[in-house]
Design a protein around this ligand. Structure first.
Ligand SMILES: Nc1ncnc2c1ncn2[C@@H]1O[C@H](COP(=O)(O)OP(=O)(O)OP(=O)(O)O)[C@@H](O)[C@H]1O
Ligand SMILES: [Mg+2]
Length: 218
C-alpha cells in the first residue's frame, strides 16, 4: 500500500529578495513497511525533503499525498492531528526536555494527545531503557538519549517514523545500535521508516533509496 507519494514537489525559500529553489520537482512513492534512506551531499535538500514529507515545512508547489490524501490541502488542525497521531520524529540532537525524567519525556506526547498513560514501560523496554526510567537526560550518554527520543516518537503508535540523521551525533557502535532498533520497529511493528543519513553503510538497512543531488532525485 502506498503511504506517501509526491507529485512534482517543489520547495523554495525566500529571504528578503533572494529566492533559493531547494527542491526542484520531486516524484517519489513510499509504501507501508518500507525502510527508506535519503542520501546525498550536504545542502542537496535532504532535511528539507523530510520536512516537506512530514508536514513540518509547507511546500511551494506540487503535492504530497499521505495515504492518498493531499496534505498540502489540510488545515492547521488536520496537520496537527496527523503529526500527533500518525507521525513520529527523531532528530540528530535528541531534543529531550532536561528537567523531565526519561519516563516523563516519553509520556509527554501521550499527555498532549490526551491519551491514557498505559504502555510507557513496555516502550522503554523495546528500546532497552526501562532500567533508566527515573534518570534525567544529562545523566545519559548520547546513544541512550537517542533511544529515549525513539521511545518518545513511538508512544502514540505512529504509522511512520521520520528520522533526520539520528546517528549523526553518535559513534559507530551506538549509531549501529540505533539503526538496529529502527530496523526492529520496522520489521516487528510494521512501522514505515524514512531516514536521512550521511552514512552509506546504513543503506544496507534500507529497501528503498532516494539519492538527492542539488534538489533532484538521481
Ligand atoms: N529556512 C531556510 N531558509 C533559507 N534557505 C534554507 C532554509 N532551510 C534550508 N535552506 C537551504 O536549502 C538547501 C538545502 O538544505 P537542507 O538542510 O535541506 O540540506 P541537507 O541535504 O539536509 O544538508 P545537510 O546534509 O548538511 O544536513 C541549503 O542550501 C540551505 O541553505
Ligand atoms: Mg540535513
Amino acid at each position: 500500500m502506498e503511504i506517501i507519494k509526491t507529485v512534482d514537489l517543489k520547495k523554495s525559500f525566500t529571504n528578503q529578495t533572494v529566492k533559493t529553489e531547494v527542491l526542484k520537482g520531486i516524484n517519489i512513492s513510499i509504501n507501508k513497511g518500507d525502510f527508506t534512506g535519503i542520501v546525498g551531499p550536504s545542502g542537496s535538500g535532504k532535511t528539507t525533503l523530510l520536512y516537506c514529507l512530514s508536514s513540518l515545512e509547507t511546500i511551494t508547489a506540487g503535492n504530497v499525498f499521505f495515504m492518498g490524501k493531499d496534505i498540502s490541502k489540510y488545515s492547521e488542525i488536520e496537520l496537527a492531528n496527523l503529526r500527533k497521531y500518525s507521525l513520529g520524529f527523531v532528530f540528530q540532537f535528541y531534543n529531550l526536555i532536561p528537567n523531565l525524567t526519561v519516563y516523563e519525556n516519553v509520556l509527554l506526547p501521550k499527555i498532549i494527545a490526551n491519551k491514557k498513560e498505559d504502555n510507557i514501560e513496555s516502550i522503554l523496554e523495546t528500546v532497552g531503557m526501562l532500567n533508566y526510567k527515573d534518570y534525567y537526560p544529562n545523566q545519559l550518554s548520547g546513544g541512550m538519549q537517542q533511544r529515549v527520543a525513539i521511545a518518545r516518537a513511538l508512544v502514540n503508535e505512529p504509522t511512520i517514523i521520520f528520522a533526520d540523521e539520528p546517528t549523526g551525533n553518535l559513534d559507530q557502535k551506538n549509531g549501529l545500535e540505533i539503526m538496529k532498533i529502527l530496523k526492529k520497529l520496522n520489521k516487528e511493528k510494521d512501522i514505515t521508516v524514512i531516514l536521512v543519513t550521511h552514512n552509506e553503510d546504513y543503506l544496507e538497512f534500507c529497501n528503498k533509496k532516494i539519492h538527492l543531488i542539488d534538489g533532484r532525485t538521481s
